[in-house]
Design a protein around this ligand. Structure first.
Ligand SMILES: C[S@@+](CC[C@H](N)C(=O)[O-])C[C@H]1O[C@@H](n2cnc3c(N)ncnc32)[C@H](O)[C@@H]1O
Length: 249
């Protein structure tokens, strides 16, 4: 069995998913609050850029988004808010606690008829071929043990002419900001986790997993290997995140 990384640890590939599930089990109830605190609200701007690229139609045209590793549904809620009458979103996530928080939020917002939640592994999506107009994954792909398998699955369920978008942390390469970002990530983020969630460990994992994720060009090559055409990316906030784009051609 090959090894992989779980944060700074090397673990057998088959053991990574259970460790990741444990992280999101611990943080689910406070996940959205922690996102705001850790990013100083910036994650909202990054997700807005993602939704702009998803570009749901404003009219009544039917449009179906699949948001993989969609957790508590943030990207899906934003997409149906931005789209017209015919826009629907499906959140697929492997973690029952994250999905439960998302379902409750959908009910509170009166969006439970347009956003649905499905317990699913990104590596084996329970959807037919070519069934979605767009597929997104935000801050999710680095948690998936077999990224190549998940990319192939997301390509399979995308319609011809549909767009794949992946928002993920990247590499800060602005002199000065890089050192500040390191300091913040390895000190402030776990400390926030300890105060807000009662445990610093999940946030140590999150920070380490960001550091280990492939650089944008290497990830672009993985997208092309999975079949996506016109793979490209743009970095935001000095490289803190990258928005990757590809098409099913
Ligand atoms: C950092 S959260 C991102 C949630 C949401 N996309 C957002 O941006 O707010 C990562 C999510 O990936 C999910 N996840 C991890 N491994 C997964 C897998 N193999 N298949 C589907 N979801 C997975 C976790 O359960 C968690 O909800």
């Amino acid at each position: 069995m090959p090894d992989t990384h779980f944060g700074s640890r090397t673990v057998p590939l088959d053991e990574k998913q259970a460790l990741v599930d444990d992280v999101f089990h611990k943080v689910a109830q406070r996940y959205d609050l922690m996102n705001d605190l850790m990013s100083g609200g910036l994650h909202r701007a990054w997700k807005d850029a993602l939704v702009t690229a998803i570009n749901p139609p404003k009219g009544d045209g039917v449009f179906a988004l699949l948001d993989v590793a969609g957790g508590t549904g943030d990207v899906s809620f934003r997409t149906v808010d931005a789209g017209g009458y015919g826009t629907r979103a499906t959140v697929a996530d492997i973690n029952a606690e994250m999905l439960a928080v998302g379902r409750a939020r959908a009910r509170e917002r009166g969006l439970d008829d347009v956003v649905s939640f499905v317990d699913a592994n990104a590596e084996a999506l329970p959807f037919p071929d070519k069934s979605f107009g767009a597929v997104s994954i935000a801050f999710g792909i680095r948690n998936v043990p077999r990224i190549d398998v998940a990319l192939a699955e997301m390509h399979r369920v995308l319609r011809l002419g549909g767009r794949f978008l992946c928002l993920e942390f990247s590499n800060v390469d602005v002199p000065g900001l890089d050192a500040l970002y390191e300091l913040y990530s390895f000190n402030v983020v776990p400390a926030l986790g300890r105060v807000v969630v009662g445990d610093a460990e999940p946030y140590r994992y999150l920070v380490e997993s960001i550091r280990r994720f492939p650089r944008p060009n290497a990830f672009g090559a993985m997208m092309r290997a999975a079949g996506f055409g016109r793979a490209s990316h743009r970095v935001m906030s000095g490289g803190i995140v990258a928005l990757h784009s590809g098409w099913r051609l």
